[in-house]
Design a protein around this ligand. Sequence first.
Ligand code: HEM
Length: 180
Amino acid sequence: MKGIVFTEFLDLVEDKFGLATVQEIIDQTELSTGGSYTAVGTYPFSEMLGLLKALSAKTSISIDDLLKVYAEHFFGVLVESYPQLIESYKDPIEMLSSIENHIHIEVRKIYSDAELPSFETLEKTNNKLIMIYRSSRAMYSFGLGLMHKTFESFDSKATILVEKIKDDGTEVKFSITKNE
Ligand code: HEM
């Protein structure tokens, strides 16, 4: 997992819960780095999961909810870092249906070792998109947060139904309907 995912996460935890909480979750998790990450480095996904579990235990917020809120923050980081990627789209459904064949392809050109999910489009119309998310990391709630922010960035809204195909969340169906 790319270091930027760790650094932005710890920044957000500091913002929302304070530095003491950052220190506490770092201390509770076995980390190869001792908790110091660089944005351009690459680190085991298990460390992110460990940090999320520790934060979830401390705050009583589910990992899914933490990932959703984190994704909403991370979307802003993506917009700042890769504005041209997002500006090439005029419509949220177009953008989301292009993650697999454009956006994440470009990401892989920048970071050859990025650990990205796959999205398979089952159905697409002007206001509806059905996609299957697949990833061993089961970060579908992160995807859900990014999807909501994608609509918001086009001054739009959507109803997004999330159905687990596999119980562990490694395969999930998203049914996205644009509201306005
Ligand atoms: C992960 C880039 C848009 C879904 C990532 C990672 C990067 C990235 C750098 C981390 C990879 C790693 O840690 O190795 C981008 C950029 C985007 C974009 C530059 C737009 C300009 C989206 C959107 C979605 C999405 C709109 C919506 C569903 C995900 C998910 C992950 C991820 C779910 C977590 C990894 C996993 O589930 O396996 N993306 N992304 N991305 N991205 Fe994107």
